[in-house]
Write a protein that binds this ligand. Sequence first.
Ligand SMILES: [Cu+2]
Length: 127
Amino acid sequence: MLKRLTLPLVAATIVAGTLFAFRGHLRAHESLPLRTVTMSMREYTFNEGNPTFEFQPGERIHFVVTNDEPTNVLHNFRVVGMNVECGPPMVPGERREVVVTMPKSGEFAYTCCTHPGMGGKMVVAKK
Ligand SMILES: [Cu+2]
Protein backbone atom coordinates (compact mmCIF):
# COMPACT_ATOMS: atom_id res chain seq x y z
CA MET A 1 0.00 0.00 0.00
CA LEU A 2 2.73 2.40 1.02
CA LYS A 3 4.81 1.59 -2.08
CA ARG A 4 1.84 2.23 -4.34
CA LEU A 5 1.41 5.67 -2.88
CA THR A 6 5.07 6.63 -2.84
CA LEU A 7 5.65 6.79 -6.60
CA PRO A 8 2.69 9.08 -7.44
CA LEU A 9 3.55 11.24 -4.45
CA VAL A 10 7.17 11.62 -5.58
CA ALA A 11 6.01 12.37 -9.13
CA ALA A 12 3.52 14.95 -7.91
CA THR A 13 6.17 16.61 -5.76
CA ILE A 14 8.57 16.84 -8.70
CA VAL A 15 5.88 18.34 -10.96
CA ALA A 16 4.84 20.85 -8.29
CA GLY A 17 8.47 21.79 -7.65
CA THR A 18 9.12 22.35 -11.34
CA LEU A 19 6.03 24.50 -11.74
CA PHE A 20 6.98 26.53 -8.71
CA ALA A 21 10.53 27.06 -9.98
CA PHE A 22 9.20 28.05 -13.40
CA ARG A 23 6.81 30.59 -11.87
CA GLY A 24 9.67 32.06 -9.86
CA HIS A 25 11.74 32.33 -13.01
CA LEU A 26 8.99 34.19 -14.86
CA ARG A 27 8.41 36.48 -11.93
CA ALA A 28 12.06 37.47 -11.68
CA HIS A 29 12.02 38.59 -15.31
CA GLU A 30 8.68 40.32 -15.16
CA SER A 31 9.21 42.14 -11.87
CA LEU A 32 10.41 45.32 -13.55
CA PRO A 33 8.79 46.70 -16.71
CA LEU A 34 10.75 47.56 -19.81
CA ARG A 35 11.84 51.20 -19.58
CA THR A 36 12.69 53.23 -22.66
CA VAL A 37 15.67 55.58 -22.53
CA THR A 38 16.18 57.84 -25.50
CA MET A 39 19.65 59.06 -26.40
CA SER A 40 20.12 61.77 -28.98
CA MET A 41 23.54 62.20 -30.54
CA ARG A 42 24.04 65.77 -31.62
CA GLU A 43 27.00 68.13 -31.77
CA TYR A 44 29.30 65.34 -30.61
CA THR A 45 27.48 64.67 -27.34
CA PHE A 46 24.74 62.41 -26.08
CA ASN A 47 21.63 64.30 -24.83
CA GLU A 48 23.41 67.66 -24.84
CA GLY A 49 26.17 67.02 -22.33
CA ASN A 50 26.71 63.28 -21.81
CA PRO A 51 24.60 62.86 -18.65
CA THR A 52 25.07 60.10 -16.10
CA PHE A 53 22.29 57.53 -16.30
CA GLU A 54 21.11 55.67 -13.21
CA PHE A 55 19.57 52.23 -13.35
CA GLN A 56 18.26 49.62 -10.95
CA PRO A 57 19.81 46.15 -10.77
CA GLY A 58 17.92 43.80 -13.08
CA GLU A 59 16.06 46.65 -14.74
CA ARG A 60 15.37 46.10 -18.44
CA ILE A 61 16.26 49.15 -20.48
CA HIS A 62 15.23 49.73 -24.05
CA PHE A 63 17.80 52.16 -25.45
CA VAL A 64 16.66 54.16 -28.44
CA VAL A 65 19.72 55.92 -29.82
CA THR A 66 19.42 58.39 -32.68
CA ASN A 67 21.99 60.28 -34.69
CA ASP A 68 20.45 63.78 -34.76
CA GLU A 69 23.36 65.63 -36.35
CA PRO A 70 22.28 68.36 -38.76
CA THR A 71 25.32 67.72 -40.91
CA ASN A 72 26.84 64.51 -42.25
CA VAL A 73 28.57 63.31 -39.06
CA LEU A 74 28.66 59.58 -38.38
CA HIS A 75 28.31 58.30 -34.81
CA ASN A 76 28.11 55.00 -33.04
CA PHE A 77 26.97 53.58 -29.73
CA ARG A 78 28.40 51.07 -27.32
CA VAL A 79 28.24 50.34 -23.62
CA VAL A 80 31.46 48.85 -22.33
CA GLY A 81 30.80 45.77 -20.20
CA MET A 82 27.12 45.49 -21.10
CA ASN A 83 27.49 43.53 -24.31
CA VAL A 84 26.51 46.51 -26.45
CA GLU A 85 29.27 46.60 -29.03
CA CYS A 86 30.07 49.09 -31.76
CA GLY A 87 27.84 48.46 -34.72
CA PRO A 88 28.14 49.98 -38.18
CA PRO A 89 28.43 53.81 -38.13
CA MET A 90 25.06 55.55 -37.93
CA VAL A 91 24.27 58.25 -40.45
CA PRO A 92 22.19 61.32 -39.49
CA GLY A 93 18.59 60.29 -38.95
CA GLU A 94 19.50 56.69 -38.24
CA ARG A 95 18.24 54.97 -35.10
CA ARG A 96 19.55 51.98 -33.16
CA GLU A 97 17.52 50.14 -30.55
CA VAL A 98 18.98 47.80 -27.95
CA VAL A 99 17.44 46.09 -24.94
CA VAL A 100 19.76 45.47 -22.00
CA THR A 101 19.09 43.80 -18.65
CA MET A 102 21.08 45.69 -16.05
CA PRO A 103 23.65 43.77 -14.01
CA LYS A 104 23.73 43.74 -10.20
CA SER A 105 25.88 46.82 -9.83
CA GLY A 106 28.71 48.82 -11.32
CA GLU A 107 29.70 51.78 -13.45
CA PHE A 108 29.74 51.39 -17.20
CA ALA A 109 30.98 53.73 -19.88
CA TYR A 110 28.79 54.52 -22.86
CA THR A 111 30.61 55.99 -25.79
CA CYS A 112 30.63 56.78 -29.44
CA CYS A 113 33.14 54.39 -30.99
CA THR A 114 34.39 57.05 -33.39
CA HIS A 115 34.79 60.17 -31.23
CA PRO A 116 36.91 60.07 -28.06
CA GLY A 117 35.29 62.06 -25.25
CA MET A 118 31.81 61.60 -26.64
CA GLY A 119 30.13 59.58 -23.91
CA GLY A 120 29.47 59.30 -20.21
CA LYS A 121 28.66 56.73 -17.60
CA MET A 122 25.83 54.50 -16.49
CA VAL A 123 25.57 53.69 -12.82
CA VAL A 124 23.74 50.57 -11.67
CA ALA A 125 22.95 50.57 -7.96
CA LYS A 126 20.12 49.61 -5.66
CA LYS A 127 18.12 52.58 -4.41
CU1 LIG B 1 30.53 60.12 -32.56
